[in-house]
Design a protein around this ligand. Structure first.
Ligand code: ATP
Length: 274
């Protein structure tokens, strides 16, 4: 549909093994999405309504998006990803149509997992506070209503599952969390030391490490309170610093060779170091 141009469903290549820690969430999520996405026919045969959605909640950067991708990938299902704020801003005035298109696209691409990030931006508690940007709130309320209509209308066929994510579960409208909607809540916490070690190991899997680097030690007090995204950033900085050192060392080695060659007679060019 034109309103969602650029939104292309595809099977992600993230695997559960790529997600550090979070063992319990991974298992719960796998069970949860496998039924509607891979075994819809069995549910139908048993006359059971398929689970339609779940909510991942927890601090930013701890793997909610990765988990959603891995869950889709595990079922060989397509993955469609939207962010609440984007839905409101990018499709200003067309946001409800965008929600309809989103579900239509998902049905056409079934089995398909819809990942709806920052759901609190459209599904904040209604009628709370007063004041504020009334027009914005009204738009969000209309989008939420449309989302509820689409969720309730997901046929008993299964094949489409909505996984929403938020950092602020307490701010959500309870209507969204009723049975038959996002009725499973899965907490995605900050990584503990063991999870931090496994995130560091997976991030650095292809980096040559110094003999004195002890990942278990790094995963201890030094990184307590860090999210997976923080750890990924630490690894990126350490890796780029190492590459810079390597480049500088190569350059100075080449300069030394040049100086030596300038003194003596012309030499054949040196081989680059391995
Ligand atoms: P947000 O709430 O901001 O949307 P999120 O919980 O969805 O965050 P992700 O987008 O999944 O977080 O993670 C951001 C990045 O941090 C990932 O691309 C990855 O590099 C790293 N990361 C976070 N958590 C993990 C984890 N458990 N294992 C491996 N990498 C992780």
């Amino acid at each position: 549909p034109a309103v969602l141009r650029g939104l292309a469903p595809e099977v992600p290549d993230t695997r559960f093994e790529d997600v550090g820690g979070l063992q319990e969430v991974k298992e719960a999520l796998r069970e949860l999405v496998e039924l509607p996405l891979s075994h819809g026919a069995l549910l139908r045969a048993y006359g059971l309504p398929p689970p339609r959605g779940a909510l991942l909640y927890g601090p930013p950067g701890c793997g909610k998006t990765l988990l959603a991708q891995a869950a889709a990938s595990r079922c060989g299902a397509n993955f469609l990803s939207v962010r609440g704020p984007e839905l409101l801003q990018k499709w200003l005035g067309e946001s409800e149509a965008a929600v309809r298109s989103l579900f239509e696209t998902a049905r056409q691409a079934a089995p398909c997992l819809i990942f709806f990030d920052e759901i609190d931006s459209i599904a904040g508690r209604r009628g709370g506070g007063g004041g504020g940007a009334a027009a914005g709130e009204a738009a969000a309320a209309r989008v939420l209503n449309q989302l509820l209509v689409e969720l309730d209308g997901l046929a008993d066929r299964g094949g489409v599952f909505l996984l929403a994510a938020t950092n602020r579960p307490e701010a959500l409208d309870p209507a969204l969390l009723r049975p038959g909607r996002l009725d499973r809540l899965l907490r995605v916490p900050l990584p503990d030391a063991a999870a931090r070690a496994s995130i560091l190991a997976s991030r650095l899997a292809r980096c040559p490490l110094g003999a004195d680097v002890d990942l278990a030690e790094l995963a201890g007090e030094a990184t307590r309170g860090m999210s997976g995204a923080d750890l990924a950033e630490v690894c990126r900085r350490a890796g780029t610093a190492a590459i810079r050192e390597l480049v500088a060392a190569e350059r100075s080695w080449a300069q030394q060779q040049e100086a030596a060659a300038g003194g003596a007679a012309a030499q054949p060019p040196p081989q680059a170091p391995p």
